[in-house]
Every structure is written in C-alpha cells, then in structure tokens.
Design a protein around this ligand. Structure first.
Ligand code: NAD
Length: 392
C-alpha cells in the first residue's frame, strides 16, 4: 500500500526532501505532499538584493507549481497550526488535516530578538520575499519623506547585526541608495547608513584580512560601522546602544540572530535549545518517523559543536532525508549525514564580495568572490530545475 510522506516547508530542506523522496520512490510506493505557507520556493540567500531593489521578485520566488510540474508531488499552500507526533497528524489553520507515515519538518528558523525591549515592535526583518519587498518599499518611502521633511531620522538607516545577513544587506543598500536619493532630489551625503554589531568584529567566520577588506570596501561606499556595541533598547525611533548613545532612525532592520522554529520546538519531539535533535540519519532522536531538515534541526559536528544553519546544509540534509525515508520504507539501511562544506561567500554589493573556499584555505576577494556567489546560485537553480521556471 502507498505510504504517506508529509513535508512541512518548501525551503531548501523541504524542497530537496520532496525531490529526493520522489527520485527514490514510485507513485505506487509513496504519496508525497509538501505544505508551504506560500506558493513559492524562496531563494533566501538572495533576499538582500530584493530588499535593495537590485533583483526582480521572480528571480527569488520560484512558483512551486512550475518547479514540481510533472514530479507527482502534491503542493498545499497553507499555514501549519499544530503537529501531533503521537497521533501522526498535522493540522493547518484552514481546518484541513493530514496523516503521515513519515514526516519531514523543514520549517526553517525564526528571528531571535533576545528579549531586547522594543526591538521586535520597532524593526523590520529579512527572512522572506515579503520581508524584502517591505524593506525596499520602506526605504524608498523614507527617502521620499526626507526630500520633503528633511527629518534626519528619515535619512538614517540602521542595520542591527553584522553577520552574513546584515553585511550582505548593507552592501546592497550602499550600492542602491545613491540612485534612490538622486531620483528623489536628495543628496546622498545627507544619508547615514549604520551597521551595528555587538561583537568586536563583523563576519567572525572570515580571516582578519578578509574582514578588513569587507570593512574598507563598505566604508568607502558610506557605511559606518559601530562594533562592540550591542543594541540594548529601541523606543519608537530611538535606538539605544550599550554605551548609552542613541541613534534616531525611522529604519531599523534587525538581522541579529536566528533561533529554532516554535512549532517544531513545541510539538513534543526532543529539542536542544529550541532546535530538534537528530540521529545520524536525520531522524528525530525521540520520534524516528519524523525527519528534520535545515534550520529547525541542530546537527553536531565531530567536535561536538553545532553546524551553522546554512542553505548548503539544508539542501544536503533534504537530499539525504528523501533517500533515507525510501530506505526505511523498503526495510533497507539508512545512510548517515556527511555534510560537505563548499565554503562561505559574502556579497558586498553588486560588484564586490569575499569568500573562503571550504577546506582549501583559498580566499577570494572582489570579482572572483562575486562570480563564485553567482555561480553557486546558478548551480543550485540548475539542480532544482529552477532555471527552467525562470525562463517562463
Ligand atoms: P548571525 O547569528 O550569523 O549574525 C547575527 C549577528 O548579530 C552576530 O554577529 C551577533 O553578534 C550580532 N548581534 C547579536 N545581538 C546583537 C545586538 N543586540 N546588537 C547588535 N548586534 C547583535 O545571523 P545571520 O547573519 O542572520 O545568519 C544566520 C545564519 O544564516 C548563519 O548560519 C549564516 O551563516 C547563514 N547565512 C549565510 C549567508 C551566506 O552564506 N552568504 C547569508 C545569510 C545568512
């Protein structure tokens, strides 16, 4: 009898789980259903470009219908309400419910506000296509408003958090703001673009040399770095830093950290600090019919440290999960997760970037890093057949 595979989330982990499960199981062997909040697979590694108006929405939001055409995978657009891992059922907010033989939880991460007073209420985030659209519309509105009001808070842009998300966003804004200012008759010299980071340095995953390269490149384009200065409070338009100084701004984008998914953390499976724990085969350590892909899981490396929640890991986890579910259904041995790290690339705007190629010690600066980032995106799109959908 055909088994039911239910996949929650159509990000990197969920989509690749579905494609891999279908590649390993016939329609007679398994019915596969993917549930996702929106009808698109979002290329979230490129959202910073959309947030600055540097790429079109259709380049980063690929319709699932087109992506999965002919693959015999059911798509349900809906919001998960509850996950019953004992009864093996999932309920959606629209009242429908789904039973499963194997469940894949691939619901991603959530923004961590670390309990900082006023932060959530007074900031924008960059985790989805709609967030990116909101940021771009907001930035344009503030510049337009400044052209009339000359209120400095409208000309002040603050990015909170100097990890990859914050730095990639500030790089795009540094490139795009001058043109937006010109269009609205505003002098770019009136704009303040801050990146506020709690730690002594931005992008600690890179060598000091690459970090300096990033800082110099961005400072040349008008970014002001405030490091060793955590944001401690936000009240309306006033952002307070640890040393007591304040910045008045009508635009704070918070990229200061991520945490596990609340639905996953509260569904009754075993978790570690809000992220689900998994065995080698990426099954929940408490519920083996539940598999975990991407940021909602925590995978520990050989030194006992958790791997960072990245797209490349989510993609690889999804591929293994699809194959492992097929193996489990057929009574065969499941494989262990052996991640391959191709490296880390950070774009610093349209034409600049830095990168460290995994395990080689090779570092990239400038155009080679930008090109490598583009190539890595193209490789992913080709892999999921996304170039085909973009051609529509
Ligand atoms: P992050 O957790 O990596 O970085 C958040 C930064 O915010 C940290 O540097 C932290 O010190 C800082 N911060 C925390 N509290 C603060 C405060 N109160 N005030 C100011 N700064 C504060 O988050 P991220 O950048 O969103 O990345 C999340 C994950 O996604 C990471 O694993 C990252 O590797 C991955 N990612 C990868 C890419 C890429 O490969 N190009 C791009 C984006 C994200």
């Amino acid at each position: 009898m055909s088994k039911e595979i239910l996949i929650l989330g159509a990000g990197y982990g969920g989509l690749l789980s579905a494609l891999s499960a279908r590649a390993n199981l016939t329609v007679d062997e398994a019915n596969i259903t993917v549930v996702n909040r929106v009808g698109t697979h979002q290329i979230i590694t490129e959202l910073h470009r959309l947030a600055a108006g540097n790429v079109s929405e259709k380049a980063v939001a690929l319709p699932l219908e087109k992506l999965l055409k002919g693959k015999q995978i059911n798509i349900t657009v809906g919001e998960v309400q509850s996950i019953d891992v004992e009864g093996k059922k999932v309920a959606l907010t629209n009242g429908s419910s789904y039973r499963y033989d194997a469940l894949v939880l691939a619901l991603g991460s959530e923004t961590n506000y670390f309990g900082i007073p006023g932060l959530q209420e007074n900031s924008l985030i960059l985790k989805s296509v709609s967030d990116a659209n909101r940021i771009f519309a907001h930035v344009k509105d503030r510049i337009k408003a400044y052209a009339q009001s000359k209120n400095k808070a409208d000309a002040t842009f603050v990015i909170g958090g100097g990890g990859l998300t914050g730095v990639e966003l500030v790089g795009e804004l540094a490139d795009e703001l001058p043109a937006i200012c010109r269009q609205n008759g505003v002098d770019f010299a009136d704009i303040s673009l801050y990146l506020v980071e709690a730690m002594p340095t931005i992008l600690p995953m890179f060598s000091p040399d690459l970090i300096q390269r990033a800082v110099t490149s961005l400072e040349k384009r008008g970014v002001e770095f405030l490091t060793s200065l955590p944001i401690t409070e936000v009240k309306g338009q006033t952002v307070t830093l640890k040393d007591g100084r304040t910045i008045d701004t009508n635009t704070l984008v918070w990229t200061g950290g991520v945490q596990g998914n609340t639905l996953v953390a509260n569904c009754g499976i075993e978790v570690n600090r809000g992220r689900a724990t998994v065995n080698e085969a990426l099954q929940s350590t408490s519920h083996p019919d539940v598999y975990l892909a991407g940021d909602c899981a925590v995978v520990f490396g050989p030194e006992g440290r958790p791997y960072p929640p990245t797209a490349q890991l989510a993609w690889q986890m999804g591929e293994l999960i699809g194959a492992n579910i097929a193996a489990a259904f057929k009574g065969m041995k499941q494989d262990g997760f052996q991640p391959v790290f191709s490296g880390t690339l950070a774009s610093l705007g349209r034409k600049d970037g830095i990168g460290a190629v995994g395990g080689t010690g090779i570092e990239l600066r400038g155009l080679p890093a930008s090109l490598m980032k583009k190539a890595s995106n193209a490789r992913y799109l080709t892999h999921i057949n996304g170039l085909f959908t973009l051609a529509y």
